[in-house]
Design a protein around this ligand. Sequence first.
Ligand code: SME
Length: 154
Amino acid sequence: MTLHERLAALLSAEKDATATLSNAAAFLFDEFDDLNWCGFYLFSRTENCLILGPFQGKPACCRIALNRGVCGTAFSRNESLRVADVHEFPGHIACDGASRSELVIPLRGGDGRPFGVLDIDSPTLNRFGAADQETFEALARAIERAVDLTVRFY
Ligand code: SME
């Protein structure tokens, strides 16, 4: 089975958002080398910001304002952001001082609007190339499909 098929199979039995995103974070963190943080920030309509969701890695900041940091910027633009050197990204939010590069991918509902982001950090400069971005975007699509958006979002 491909990585994508194994993730889809892992997530197929459960629709609960917390359970699905928890296992997705654990799967990605376990499968890929050279990561120090991997997890989700989820949009809260009532708070109008991103709030920390299931993750693997060191404790992280709980809230990220829209348009702030790599996560808030990727969410607000509704596009992936691949940052080769986080120190060069204006407004980067340093949760784990070991992070050197970062990839953030919006998670979208059926209407195309984002409901959160997948955030992946590495302690290595320029860890993520274009091919990695494509791989993680495809995995993010599998995660979106596995989350029942009617339960916790919108
Ligand atoms: N670096 C992120 C904040 C989240 S941590 O990496 C877990 C950002 O700038 O949005």
